[in-house]
Design a protein around this ligand. Structure first.
Ligand code: GDP
Ligand code: CA
Length: 314
């Protein structure tokens, strides 16, 4: 339009595997440098003295082409020699760290011990991987998602990875005081478009929105906010997100997730073709809604989802 030729800014709130796949599609339909990712750190956990950031690293390895493609997380060509040694010492084995992956965690530990904030550490890691996005952790403060399941309180990772989400969750929350990492609120306030990828609404997007200031800044931002349903045909796609939705009393349907986010947050919502009947219900809640194929099966189908989200935002 005007003389101003500043590239548009797209802010994406990201969990792990679902977000990383979506981001690949988004990068295929946007210009370099347009995308800023605010990553979930509620999954972060200290293991063997190392700070593990599963969601930040899933985004990094995926966009840096170092991801284990079939698995969706962890490094390609991974080995577990160190984990095997640790197991022989009787160290806990429910969360195995691969040898290549350990390189990232050792590097992160060293910089954190030097007093560097997580956001700067994340920038250094992103540099190595030549990430085509700006990746910001939601907060520099050490927070963690906790759950109560089977009468016991534990770290979300212990529930998800250790127990394979085998029990119903009675309570889930983000523990620890925190403020948004530097750059997060500015990115949101100045965004032209804000996207919620098909990430877990509770323990990925939910935790990011739980950082004081983030939700209110998104609600006040001028940018349209468009989300992609992680639920197709009443089931989470590849995963156990239904457990977490049940924990907060939200039905596992595309419409219920949209209404959970609410019209104050969301301007638009994409549901899968099989959920086309949910479109009027979502629109009645004040959220523009379209039904398109939402399976991120390959580069083309994922790019088409990103394109549909951007089109709805416009
Ligand atoms: P996590 O942190 O690794 O669990 O990853 P995210 O929170 O980013 O994403 C997990 C969510 O992605 C799950 O709830 C799935 O329902 C959703 N998901 C995974 N694959 C697909 C897909 O192909 N299409 C859609 N619409 N959602 C997907
Ligand atoms: Ca995660």
């Amino acid at each position: 339009m005007g003389a101003c030729s500043v590239a548009p800014v797209i802010v994406v709130l990201a969990g792990g595997v679902g977000a990383a796949r979506f981001l690949r599609g988004l990068l295929a339909v946007t210009a370099p440098g347009e995308v800023t990712v605010v990553g979930n750190t509620g999954d972060d956990i200290t293991l063997h003295g190392l700070r593990v950031c599963p969601d930040l690293d899933t985004v990094t390895y995926t966009l840096g082409n170092g991801i284990h493609e079939e698995q969706g997380w962890g490094r390609a060509d991974e080995t577990y020699r160190v984990a095997t040694e640790l197991a022989l010492y009787g160290a806990p084995t429910w969360f195995r760290l691969g040898d290549r992956d350990l390189g990232t965690h050792l590097f992160r530990r060293t910089l954190l011990d030097d007093g560097m904030p997580l956001s700067e550490v994340t920038r250094r890691i992103a540099e190595r991987w030549r990430l085509p996005v700006t990746l910001l952790p939601m907060t520099d403060d050490p927070v963690e998602t906790r759950v109560v399941a089977g009468g016991r309180e534990m770290h979300f990772q212990e529930y998800w990875v250790g127990l394979h989400a085998a029990l119903p969750v009675d309570r889930v929350w983000l523990a620890g005081d925190c403020t948004p990492a530097p750059g997060v609120l500015d990115a949101i306030a100045n965004a032209d478009t804000i996207l919620l990828p098909p990430s877990n609404p509770v323990v990925s997007i939910g935790t990011i929105l739980a950082v004081p200031g983030i939700r209110s800044t998104i609600e006040r931002a001028n940018a349209p906010v468009v989300g992609v349903s992680p639920v197709i045909g009443g089931a989470p796609v590849r995963g156990m997100a239904d457990r977490m939705l049940a924990a907060i009393g939200v039905d596992c349907t595309a419409a219920a997730v949209a209404k959970h986010y609410g019209a104050a947050l969301l301007d638009g919502w994409l549901v899968d073709d099989v959920d086309a009947a949910a479109v009027p219900e979502v629109e009645a809640a004040g959220i523009a809604c379209r039904a398109v194929p939402l399976w991120m099966n390959d580069a083309e189908s994922t790019a088409a989802i990103a394109k549909a989200a951007l089109a709805l935002a416009r």
